[in-house]
Design a protein around this ligand. Structure first.
Ligand SMILES: [Zn+2]
Length: 533
């Protein structure tokens, strides 16, 4: 039987080193809870010796029950020339009271001499003393060998001696770290084979993505007998990031067919990935393999035609297996098939012979000619399709609006007024904002929330402006693209006008209208494509 490949998640420690990421203690607890539910084998919660926030995290984590994952505290070997019992940082590791403790130590002689400024012998003693002390305190010990690959290339004998020192002292896992992220898969395999031959403990790998090989290197190491992979969700991490577990886990499950996290969890992979981005307040990367919004997007007539006929002909795997869905991009290239696929994805029962198809196509081509773009505006496209297919009136209409801006000394203020009709009722609201679009958005929401409570959950996640036709000699047009989310799904909307405020209003109105009709549309549609979620 193939051995279990352990997943060791370090999103909360190495992942939080990424620029622009700052998790609160509450965020960390929520992420740990989700990782536990998902079923990763280890969750590295932080480095208690490096900051008070991580001490607080472990304090709170003591009151939590982890059902599938084992919590790990991270730290370093004892300082040089200090008894391990007297090392403050090691004491904090024990006080974190986690079942697992991971410590890193030096493999590379260059680092021992130049960075630690100590002798090769003292470094070996630092590794052994710390592992032994943690074992004596009843911990499962993961030893992270920093610069394992660079160190091995420099002096293979000494590198192996450091790993063996950890193993002899009782380390349960010895993890080879490509700390600088510059190794090739062939080098990873060669060094991991040497480690495998010289050690009997479980062998782990910790890679970084500096040359775009973080995931490839981790997967390559399996051939050398590695059975423990460290990484982060969505590849969060310093510089270009860590080995992306969001790719590693489905590769193990669907491509390598090796036992790892529970198979049923993989169907929630996209959800987990989105949850992390939401919590970190990071805009999701649409090009992320497996879970990205465009990972299963199709553009161009023949492709789409083929996908519709033989759904798997242009996909490496069924997107539903990782909780992702198929998207069809609409563009000038697209024919009927694109619209049919898109309409179905949105929950409408449409076939190649639906009579309204021609009208939809004409409207799309006409709007694209005016400067609209629907590839990132699935919300606006859905509304267009809905308008052609149903006679249902829109949930609201903006009858009038006014935006003003005033500057007083150093401060500027914007105010928007809107008159919105919902059925027979008219709402008239005023709001301030940081800018004209922000004020307009606030006024529109204030008017609509009285009728539709769900508007409270909708928020704008991105706002992009592009000037188009700027070389045609006529007045330049502005295209506004807005991304919105209600916490469970995301959609894009578009507006085009000579006037940036008008273009923004169109995109805003579409965003809120789509939020109100999207679930209704899906429920009334029996032929909804099964892969959408
Ligand atoms: Zn790292």
């Amino acid at each position: 039987m193939a051995p279990l490949i352990e997943i060791y998640d370090t999103t909360l420690r190495d992942g939080s080193q990424a620029e622009g990421i700052a998790f609160s203690v509450a965020d960390k607890l929520r992420i740990a809870e989700r990782l536990d539910t998902f079923g990763v084998h280890y969750i590295e919660g932080g480095w208690p010796g490096s900051n008070p926030k991580d001490i607080e995290f472990f304090e709170q984590a003591k009151h939590r029950v982890f059902r599938h994952s084992r919590l790990a505290a991270f730290g370093s070997t004892r300082r040089k020339d200090v008894r391990v019992e007297e090392d403050e940082q090691v004491r904090l590791l024990i006080e974190a009271a986690t079942p697992v403790v991971t410590i890193f130590g030096k493999t590379w002689l260059f680092h021992v001499r130049e960075v630690l400024q100590t002798t090769p012998e003292e470094n070996l003693a630092m590794v052994a003393d710390t592992v032994r002390h943690l074992k004596a305190n009843g911990r499962f010990v993961v030893y992270d060998a920093e610069h394992a690959f660079d160190g091995f290339k420099d002096d293979p004998e000494y590198a192996l001696a450091t790993w063996q020192a950890a193993e002899r002292a009782g380390a349960d896992v010895v993890t080879l770290c490509d700390t600088n992220g510059g190794s090739l898969p062939s080098e990873i395999v060669e060094v991991a084979r040497a480690a495998r031959a010289g050690l009997s403990a479980r062998l782990g790998i910790h890679t970084h993505d500096d040359i775009g090989l973080g995931v490839a290197n981790a997967i390559a190491s399996l051939d050398a007998g590695v059975t423990h992979i460290q990484g982060t969700l969505n590849g969060y991490g310093e510089r270009t990031g860590n080995c992306n577990l969001t790719s590693v886990m489905p590769i193990l499950g669907f491509k390598c067919r090796l036992p790892s996290v529970p198979a049923e969890s993989l169907a929630h992979l996209k959800e987990l990935s989105q949850f992390l981005d939401e919590t970190a307040n990071v805009r999701p990367n649409p090009r992320l393999p497996w879970v990205g919004a465009t990972a299963f997007s199709h553009k161009g007539g023949t492709h789409v035609n083929a996908v519709q006929k033989v759904i798997r002909s242009y996909e490496h795997i069924d997107p539903a297996l990782i909780g992702n869905s198929r998207h069809v991009l609409i563009s000038d290239l697209a024919g009927r098939s694109n619209i049919v696929m898109k309409a179905r994805e949105l929950g409408f029962e449409v076939t190649n012979t639906t009579p309204q198809l021609r009208e939809m196509l004409n409207r799309i081509k006409d709007l694209e000619h005016q400067g609209y773009e629907f590839e990132a505006a699935d919300g606006s496209l859905a509304l267009l399709i809905r308008r052609v297919l149903t006679a249902a009136p829109p949930p609201f209409t903006v009858e009038a609006y006014h935006v003003s801006m005033r500057r007083d000394g150093d401060t500027s203020a914007c105010e928007a007024t809107v008159k919105v009709r919902v059925g027979a009722e008219l709402a008239h609201t005023v709001a301030d904002g940081d800018g004209p679009v922000n004020a307009l958005d606030a006024a529109l929401r204030a008017a609509l929330v009285r009728f539709y409570r769900q508007i409270e959950h909708v928020r704008l996640t991105d706002y992009k402006v592009r000037i188009i036709d700027s070389t045609s000699g006529t007045a330049a047009k502005t295209r506004v693209l807005i991304d919105s989310s209600d916490g469970t799904s995301e959609w894009g909307t578009v507006g085009v006008s000579d006037n940036i405020i008008e273009a923004s209003l169109q995109a805003l109105v579409d965003s809120l209208e789509y939020a109100l009709v999207k679930d209704v549309g899906a429920r009334s549609a029996p032929a909804r494509v099964a892969t959408s979620m």
